[in-house]
Design a protein around this ligand. Structure first.
Ligand SMILES: [Zn+2]
Length: 390
């Protein structure tokens, strides 16, 4: 057992203040925050493992409190936050303000309030001899597509003491989220053939081809909306497809050679994103003969830029029953946003989403978390400790 230093406990609001003060917008390094957490845990004799990004100064932190030789319950959160650029804040987003029983600051709800609550209970966690360990996972780059946690999960699945269950503390107002949609983002490159705009028949117009593809995606999206599949627990209750970015062409008097667009699907757990991708690829193939009749170089290429699998836990799963018992919630729900939970589930770790604060306040100016939510989260973890102590 490592030497435990006598340190002054840091309360949850004080801890949230410290965490919010680190500007961990996804474009920045999160190492200062991670090192702060590592040092804090170290003060209580808890060893952290830093799983670093291979190219950027970023890391996931993973720590186990209690028995080291078996699986246990994972409490998971991300350390990065979305940008405050062009948002109209009434206070400094990185200086937590306590006002009207709320804590205001970037990340207060999503999701430093959760991490702060967990960390403030570490002194209690280490005092109790935990029969079943509690693992902590604090990741990076979640907001840009659950990027960071993947390397950590790849490590964990190899271990005999990988977490048995996971609770992702994304803001659900402490309700138990048993499902979310999956997300897949794709980029399409249309390579056409340049020509003088008076000679359109000698060119392959990449912008027009892209427009046909985008219109086809829109048609597919309409079909999902009218024909389903449907799951009324989601808003909206069907798979959505949308194009978010398009760029192409150089001048109105040049037949454009290049066009590129990004589209995204948010799919129900029962829907198949590959089938959607295949459908648009099949349509693209029908456009090819006309293009290649003009230029053999012309073509359409697709690449997957990001994907997060859907989460779908069953009411009968142990992790669902556990989260219901700990939260006191009387039912489960599904959330509209994608989380790392889909990746944990895919790695064979049954997962639910349950955390303080509301997604309504996340990503917005004057983001806040109700202090009552923080207290409820504290009670949730207290009850968890009661369950897993010897
Ligand atoms: Zn989040």
């Amino acid at each position: 057992m490592a030497q435990v230093k006598v340190t002054k406990a840091i309360g949850k609001v004080e801890m949230a203040t410290r965490l919010v003060a680190f500007d961990t917008t996804s474009r920045n390094s999160n190492l200062a925050l991670i090192e702060f957490i590592r040092d804090y845990l170290d003060d209580y004799g808890v060893k952290s493992e830093l799983v670093r990004d291979p190219t950027m100064p970023k890391a996931n932190l993973y720590a186990t409190i209690g028995a080291q030789d078996r699986g246990g319950i994972l409490l998971s959160g991300h350390t990065d936050v979305v940008p405050v650029d062009d948002q109209d804040w009434h206070s400094d987003p990185f200086a937590l303000v306590e006002k009207d029983d709320r804590l205001y600051g970037r990340g207060s709800a999503d999701m430093k309030g959760f991490i702060a609550t967990v960390l403030s209970l570490v002194p209690v966690l280490v005092q109790r001899k935990l029969r079943e360990p509690i693992h902590l996972s604090f990741s990076y780059d979640e907001e840009i597509g659950c990027v960071g946690v993947r390397t950590l999960i790849a490590e964990l699945v190899k271990r005999p003491n990988k977490p048995r269950l996971a609770i992702v503390g994304e803001p659900t107002e402490m309700q138990v989220g048993v499902g979310h949609k999956g997300k897949r983002s794709m980029r399409c490159h249309v390579h056409g053939h340049e020509a003088h705009s008076s000679l359109t028949h000698k060119g392959v117009n990449a912008v027009e081809t892209a427009a046909e593809l985008v219109a086809h995606l829109k048609k597919m999206a309409r079909k999902k909306r009218t024909d389903g599949p449907f799951d009324p627990a989601f808003d909206p209750p069907y798979t959505t497809i949308h194009t978010g970015i398009i760029a192409g062409g150089t001048a109105v008097n040049i037949v454009p050679r290049e066009c590129r667009f990004d589209f995204e699907m948010r799919y129900l757990p029962e829907d198949d994103p590959s089938a959607i991708a295949d459908e648009v690829k099949r349509y693209a193939a029908t456009l090819m003969p006309e293009m290649q009749a003009v230029s053999e170089d012309a073509g359409i290429a697709f690449e997957e830029t990001n994907g997060v699998p859907a989460l779908s836990a069953k009411e009968s799963d142990e992790v669902v029953r556990l989260a219901l018992a700990l939260s006191g919630a009387n039912g489960t729900g599904k959330v509209s946003f994608a989380t790392e939970g889909g990746l944990y589930q895919q790695a064979g770790i049954p997962t639910v989403i349950c955390g303080p604060g509301s997604i309504e306040q996340a990503h917005k100016p004057d983001e806040f978390i109700e202090l009552d939510q923080v207290r409820q989260c504290e009670m949730f973890i207290d009850r968890l400790i009661e369950r897993v102590k010897r």
